[in-house]
Design a protein around this ligand. Sequence first.
Ligand SMILES: NC(=O)C1=CN([C@@H]2O[C@H](COP(=O)(O)OP(=O)(O)OC[C@H]3O[C@@H](n4cnc5c(N)ncnc54)[C@H](OP(=O)(O)O)[C@@H]3O)[C@@H](O)[C@H]2O)C=CC1
Ligand SMILES: O=C(O)[C@@H]1CCC=N1
Length: 268
Amino acid sequence: MTHKIAVLGTGKIGEALLGGMLRAGRAPADLLATARRGERAQALRARHGVEVVTNAEAAKTADTLILAVKPQDMAALLDELAPHTPADRLVISAAAGITTGFVESRLTAGTPVVRVMPNTPALVDEAMSVISGGTHATEEHLAHAEEIFGGVGKTLRLPEAQQDAATALSGSGPAYFYFLVEAMTDAGILLGLPRDKAHDLIVQAAVGASVMLRDSGEHPVTLREAVTSPGGTTISAIRELEKHGVRAALIAALEAARDRSRELAAGS
Ligand SMILES: NC(=O)C1=CN([C@@H]2O[C@H](COP(=O)(O)OP(=O)(O)OC[C@H]3O[C@@H](n4cnc5c(N)ncnc54)[C@H](OP(=O)(O)O)[C@@H]3O)[C@@H](O)[C@H]2O)C=CC1
Ligand SMILES: O=C(O)[C@@H]1CCC=N1
C-alpha cells in the first residue's frame, strides 16, 4: 500500500514542503494538500499537480498529516480534524509554539504526534528541521518524519523542551540573514555603490562565508580572525559592531523569538 501524505494549510511553509516532497521523488498521486481559499487551491493544483481536498478528506485518506497552519489557526483545524482522524494517523505539526501535548489533547487518545520546526530554505533543499516526538510517537514515526523532512535538507532531533529555542535559531534564522543583507546593501549605497552591485557583493560574501562555516570545520572565530588583518579594514568595522551592541542585540532578538514561541503555545 502506498503511503499518502497530506499537507493541511498549504501556505508558504506547506507549499515549500509539498514542492520538496515532489522533488524528492514522491508521486503527485501520493500527496494531498488542503487550502482555505478556492484560488489558493487552484494555484496549488496548477503548480504541483496534486489533488487539493478538504481537511476531513485528507484526514480520512492520508496516513501522515502535516499540519502547517498558523499557530493561531491550529485549535480550529484540530477540532475540525478530530472526528475524521483515526488514531493510526501520524500527525506532524510544523507550527511554532504548538506543543505535541496540545495536538494530542484535541485528537483521539493514542494518536502519534511529531513536532517539527523546518525553515524556508526547504525551497532549495537546504532546510534545517528540528524534530521532537510526542507521547505516542515511536522510533518508526520519528524516522518517518526524518525521511520526509530529510528530503528538503538537514534534520536534527531535540527534546521538545528545546523546540522554542530551535524556532528562534533555525526556524526564524533565515530572516535574520536577509535582514543583515538588506542592511549591508544599504551600507553599500551609502558608500556610493549601485544597489544591484552592492546586493551582488553582499550575497556572494554571505554564500562564501556560509559554505566555509558549513564545510571548513573551523570555528567562526578562527574564520573571522583570518579576515581581520592587523591595523586593517575589518577590525575598524568590528569595533563599530561591538560599540553598537550588535552581539547583545542578536542575543536579545533570539530571546524575544523564543519567548514569542512560548506565547504562541499559550494561544496568544
Ligand atoms: N514561514 C516560515 O518560515 C515557517 C513557518 N512555520 C510554521 O508554519 C505555519 C505556517 O506558516 P506560514 O506558511 O508562514 O503561513 P501561511 O499563512 O503562509 O500558511 C498557512 C496557510 O494555512 C491556511 N489555512 C489556515 N487555516 C486553514 C484551514 N482550516 N484549512 C486549510 N487551510 C488553512 C492559510 O490559508 P489563507 O491563505 O486563507 O490564510 C494559509 O495558506 C505556522 O504555524 C508557522 O509557525 C514553521 C517554520 C518556518
Ligand atoms: O515567524 C514565525 O512565527 C514562523 C515560525 C518560524 C519562522 N516563521
